[in-house]
Each structure stands twice: as C-alpha cells, then as structure tokens.
Write a protein that binds this ligand. Structure first.
Ligand SMILES: [Zn+2]
Length: 495
C-alpha cells in the first residue's frame, strides 16, 4: 500500500521563503507622496556593482599600484576576489560585508601607524588610503556604452533634470562609446560646453525671476503703492525660500503664502489670483543638466557617484507616518513607502500641513495601498504583510483625524473570501492528514497481528527443530550402538 500524499498548495506556500521583510523592499510600489514608482536600493547596488570591473580581474592584471606590498590588505582583497569572482571593489565598498569591515579595520590600523606622531591626521590619512584603494578600481571602470546599457531599465523611474542628465549621457556614450562616464564629464569639450550653457541658463533664469518679481511689484503698486524697500525685502524673503526649500511645490506654496499675507495686510486681496499666476511662472529651479555636469567635473565624481546622484532621489525609503521624533513606531503599521527625496521634503511636517503642498498625496497613498493589497490578494505577499492595509489605514485615520479614510472594501471583501477559502483548504488538508493517520494505524494493527502469527509460527518451528534434534541424538546413539555391536561380533568370530 502506498500512503504518500501530495501537500496542498497552502501547505507548500508555508515552505516558501518570505522574500521581502519590509514594505520598502517590494518592487515597483508607487510612492505615497508623488505616486511614481520607486526603485529599490538593491536594484541600484546591482548596477553599481556592474560598473567597475570585477576585483578578480584587477588583481590578475596586477595593477593595484603597490597595494600588493601590504600583506594584510592584499590578503583581504584577494579573499574578496576569490569569494566573489564577479564582483567589483565597489560592491565591497557599498555592501556592509564582513570583507568591508575587515578592510576598513585594516586601513584604520595602517592610518594609525602612519600618524603615530600626528594623531590629528589619522582620519584624513585613513580617507586618503581608502581613496587610493578605490582609485585602482576607478581606473578600471567599464565603458560608458556598457554602463548606459545596464542602466537603461532604470530610466523609466527618473524624470526632470535627472532624466535630462541621463539622456545627455546616453548621447555622449554613443559619441564616445569607449570612454567611461568619468572620462566623459572631464572631457574638455564637454566641460566647456556645459559651463557655457550653465552660464547662459543662469543669466536667463535670473532675468526671468526678476521679470516676474517686477510684475508683482507693478500689480501691488497699482492697488496700494509701496516703497521700493518693501518690495526688495519681500523679494529677498521669497528668494530665501527658494534657496532653503528644495521641494518645488512646497517652495511655490510658501512663496504664495508669503505674498498672500502681505496682500491681506495691505487690503489688496483681490490681487491674489493675479499674483499667484506670476509666482507660478517663476522658473522652478536653478538646477539644470548643465549644472550637473559642471558639478560632477568640479567635484571629481567617479562613475559610482554619477550614477548614484541620478538615482538616489527615487530610491525607496520607509516613511514613518507618525515621525519617530514624535514617538512614531519603527514598524510596518506606521509606515508607507516614499522616494528618498519625497521623504526628505516631508521631514517632520504634520501631514495636515504637508498635504497643503502635496494635495495629490491622499490619492497616492490610496494608490500605494491598492497596489500592495493587490499583491497580497495575488498571494505574492504573505505573512505579516496581509495585515498591513488594515493597520496602516487605522494609523492614517487616527493620525489625520479621519482626513484619510482609506477605501479597503474590495481588499476586505476579496480578502474575506480568500481567507474563508484558505480555511476550507486547510480543513480539507487536516481531514486528509487524519485519514492518512487512521489508515496507517489500521495498517500497523494488521501488521501487528501478522507479527504475532509469525511469532507463534516461529515458536512452533522452534519446537519442531528441538524435537528433530533430539530424534537426531537418538539416531546417533543408535548408530554408535550398532557400530560397537558390529565390532564386538567381528572380534569374537574365529578366523
Ligand atoms: Zn515620490
């Protein structure tokens, strides 16, 4: 009898390793703030790891500029190359691996030794030493055409200036396919071109800003004339907002609020709409793709820095709904997924206030919860994730005093149906297991009886053996009796 059974899919699902341990590790989640997709740090790390050549090939080429002579560090690098034949030194640097800790420790020790007489220089020396190791890997970057090809799948995640930079790099990588990105941003032709453009752009931006502020001045003067000083001060305050707040939407609203307050004070609120229109036309940002190239050149960027600065703003982060500084818990029930930049803009602002700058956010939170809820219903997110939509809905409802009341009807209805179905399937499986157990018990009992019968039979056989043995003994005795009888007769017989 074959008693093997196939476990139900639910039972098998339990054996599946949970892939994500946090909502911020779920791929393609729409950002709770702006609603655009996030990229995962792992995705970026993978690209960065692929930018420079594997450590193994650098070691093989023997171009470590003397680091071969430092026994400790050389051994760490060799071990790393041996254990990670396809990885670059960069991925050792960005990961918090054991090798990184070892290397970091060894470099610190070396720096301390070198700065025994001048301990204040230790930290700077340490940095230089690290940079010298990295420089060897930096020299071994892959060509821009390869790097741009590897980054291509991430293009859809970025927009605005970062996208412009990306597209510009795409053009350069076609023009100079053999050069690395670092070499490109340092090419004289390119530096010249972007510096020139940047300069023009800045002049243009400044002119535009001045133009709109003077329009505002004219509008206000027409209703309630003010001194030049008043306007200069207002403009200065507005430009301060420009400089301090990086979120463009938040910046515009703050500037509008500044002027609204002024209009109210001076009884010319009827101008609000016209002035808001002017403010809307102020160029949003000084940061242009030209500024990026100039900055990358001036700050000695390497390929990793170039790539990181393009993608960092859209990396996924865990947004604490109730800020940690206000005792918000560091748990999933208090978390949404946001871009690094969106999260930075929010800071510790209460949602009530942040929503003023991002009125689209409640809609985007719903979008995010819908996305994750759908993945849960598809069975792609299991375990604690299943409770997340309900718990985050509760947190948001309480935190915003009911302003955010997520619609989870579909999720709950489908989830209820789904849960009932799962219970049914589990119950079926339990019945199956019970039947199986009973089958095995009765089989065991049957076998037990067979064993008893066999034992009885064996006992019987033992007795027969004993009987036959004793018969054999008797026969043997009879044989020796006959033999001795024959011998005795032979002796007494006369010859
Ligand atoms: Zn965002």
């Amino acid at each position: 009898m074959n008693l093997s059974i196939t476990p139900s899919p639910q039972f098998q699902a339990r054996q599946v390793k949970v892939k994500y341990n946090d909502i911020k590790h779920i791929p393609n989640v729409p950002c709770a703030c702006c609603g655009k997709k996030v990229i995962l740090p792992e995705q970026l790390a993978k690209i960065l790891g692929a930018v420079s050549r594997p450590m193994a090939s650098i070691i093989k080429s023997g171009s470590m500029n003397g680091w071969e002579n430092n026994e400790t560090i050389w051994k760490i690098l060799q071990n790393f190359a041996q254990n990670n034949p396809k990885q670059s030194l960069t991925s050792l640097m960005i990961g918090n691996s054991d090798e990184y800790k070892q290397l970091s420790g060894a470099v610190s020790t070396l720096a301390e030794e070198r700065c025994k007489s001048t301990p204040e220089n230790t930290e700077a020396t340490r940095k230089t030493l690290f940079q010298s190791i990295i420089a060897n890997s930096r020299n071994k970057m892959r060509s821009s055409s390869v790097v741009m090809k590897r980054m291509a799948p991430l293009k859809s995640y970025i927009e605005g200036t970062k996208l412009e930079v990306f597209e510009q790099l795409e053009i350069y990588s076609q023009k100079y396919p053999r050069k690395t990105l670092t070499e490109i941003v340092n090419m004289e032709e390119i530096v010249k071109f972007h510096k020139m453009k940047d300069l023009l752009q800045r002049v243009e931006t400044k002119e535009q800003i001045d133009f709109h502020f003077s329009n505002i001045q004219k509008l206000i003067n027409s209703a309630n004339p003010q001194s030049q000083e008043v306007f200069d001060q207002l403009k200065e305050e507005a430009l301060d907002i420009f400089a301090v707040i990086s979120d463009p939407q938040m910046r515009m609203l703050k500037i509008k609020k500044l002027y609204q307050a002024f209009l109210k004070q001076n009884n010319c609120e009827k101008l609000t709409n016209k002035i808001n229109k002017e403010i809307d036309q102020i160029p949003l940002t000084y940061i242009t793709k030209d500024a990026f190239f100039v900055f990358a050149h001036n700050h000695d960027f390497d390929d990793n820095k170039i790539i990181t600065s393009i993608f960092n703003p859209v990396i996924s982060t865990f947004e604490h709904v109730i800020p940690q500084s206000k005792n918000g818990e560091d748990r999933m029930k208090n978390g949404l997924v946001m871009h690094k930049d969106c999260n930075r803009y929010r800071g510790n602002l209460p949602y009530e206030e942040f929503f003023e700058y991002h009125p689209e956010m409640p809609k985007n939170i719903q979008k995010q919860v819908n996305y994750i809820a759908r993945r849960i219903l598809e069975g792609k997110l299991i375990g604690a994730f299943r409770f997340w939509p309900m718990t985050i809905a509760k947190t948001l409802y309480q935190y915003t005093n009911g302003a955010i009341n997520l619609d989870l009807t579909r999720h709950c209805e489908k989830g209820l149906e789904d849960t009932e179905q799962r219970i049914q399937l589990r119950n079926d499986f339990i019945t199956q297991l019970k039947n199986d157990r009973n089958n095995k018990i009765s089989k065991k009992q049957e076998l037990q009886k067979q064993i008893e019968a066999l034992e009885a039979e064996m006992n019987g056989l033992g007795n027969v053996v004993k009987e036959l043995n004793s018969e054999n003994q008797n026969e043997k005795r009879l044989i020796s009796f006959y033999e001795s009888h024959i011998k005795a007769q032979k002796k007494s017989k006369p010859e």
